[in-house]
Design a binder for this molecule. Structure first.
Ligand code: XMP
Length: 319
């Protein structure tokens, strides 16, 4: 029979052999995949590991701090944080077309990562949290219609451009296997069961042109959505849940004044593989609570909608 502990040991041993005495760089996102990669590397080669966290200004509320805290609680490895919000906002200025937004975020990410990686002089390897579905999807993307649906920047391109040798310890695994491996490696539950978050971050949930102000509104709304789902005990039963800031204003009434403010959509889906998904049947009372809180607490929002589209034909993200 297949033992997860043996599997983890074998992966760690394999990494040790491959790396020898050389240095490995690992990009950290705060998500489960990159955390499991970091944990494997840390166990395998500890002091030869350098992690890089790029804060692109498109992260969720207080996310940079949370990632740093989690990291330092579990690893004593080198962590370099790059505060690149200005750079990303600059390159996104005036851009509202989704593919163009993704492309620019991808390029800015490569630039920032490259700059930081170059300052780590003896680095030889680059570790990535590529999963089996990423491998399939990017393979299919070369000759199939999947190529034109959405650009993913987490697979391919980066290591070659940087001149590193690649380490992808998770490339034979599915998400649920990565989660079990994370538990086996002693990562905390909040990290292991965290919903996936896309590389382009809040940019694909802030529809149309991105501004710091819009991102801040979205961060507040998103935090309410996630916290209320957690408080209702439904976080682990949903695969992904978040807020989307729509590029729409609508009329409302507040006291005896007319408002003309933003609309927020709640998106919550259930899925096994993220290739198809159904909208979560969240309880009405929970939706009511989320809606009331967002409208009362988030300045600039006067309307909340629930997204009841399945994938396909809709996608999970709105852009
Ligand atoms: P869609 O919106 O295509 O998303 O149904 C499927 C899953 O992929 C995530 N996603 C991304 N992840 N880089 C990522 O790392 C990306 O560019 C990207 N686009 C979508 C999305 O959050 C969902 O889990």
């Amino acid at each position: 029979t297949w033992h997860l502990g043996d599997f983890a040991d074998a992966l760690i041993e394999q990494i040790r052999k491959q790396v020898g005495s050389r240095r490995v760089i690992c990009g950290l996102s705060g998500g489960v995949d990159s955390s499991v990669v970091a944990a494997l590397l840390y166990k395998a080669i500890g002091p030869q590991l350098s992690c890089i966290l790029i804060d692109n200004g498109l992260l969720r509320k207080d996310e940079q701090g949370a990632v740093i805290t989690e990291f330092s609680n579990h690893f004593k490895a080198d962590l370099r944080v790059v505060n690149a919000e200005q750079r990303f906002l600059e390159t996104l200025k005036g851009i509202s077309e989704p593919q163009e937004k993704r492309k620019r975020i991808g390029y800015a990410f490569i630039d920032c990562f490259q700059e930081e990686a170059r300052s780590i002089e003896d680095a030889h390897f680059l570790a990535q949290g590529t999963l089996y579905p990423d491998v399939i999807e990017s393979g299919a993307a070369k000759d199939g219609p999947a190529a034109t649906i959405k650009l993913h920047h987490n697979v391919g391109g980066l290591p070659e451009k940087l001149g590193f040798e690649l380490i992808e310890p998770l490339r034979d695994l599915f998400k649920d296997e990565v989660r079990r491996l994370g538990e086996e490696l002693g990562l905390p539950e909040v990290l292991v069961w965290r919903h996936p978050f896309p590389g382009p971050g809040l940019a694909v949930r802030c529809l149309g042109e991105i501004t710091r102000e819009k991102l801040d509104v979205l961060r507040e709304a998103d935090e309410i959505v996630v916290n209320e789902i957690k408080a209702a005990g439904l976080y682990r039963q949903t695969s992904q849940a978040f807020a989307v800031l729509l590029p729409v204003q609508s009329v409302g009434v507040m006291g005896d004044a007319r408002t003309y403010d933003n609309a927020v959509a709640i998106r919550s889906v259930n899925t096994d593989d993220f290739m198809t998904a159904d909208w979560s049947r969240l309880p009405y009372d929970l939706l009511a609570k989320i809606s009331t809180r967002i409208i009362n607490e988030v300045k600039g929002v006067n309307r909340v909608c629930y997204d009841i589209s399945s994938k396909p034909p809709a996608t999970i993200e709105w852009e």
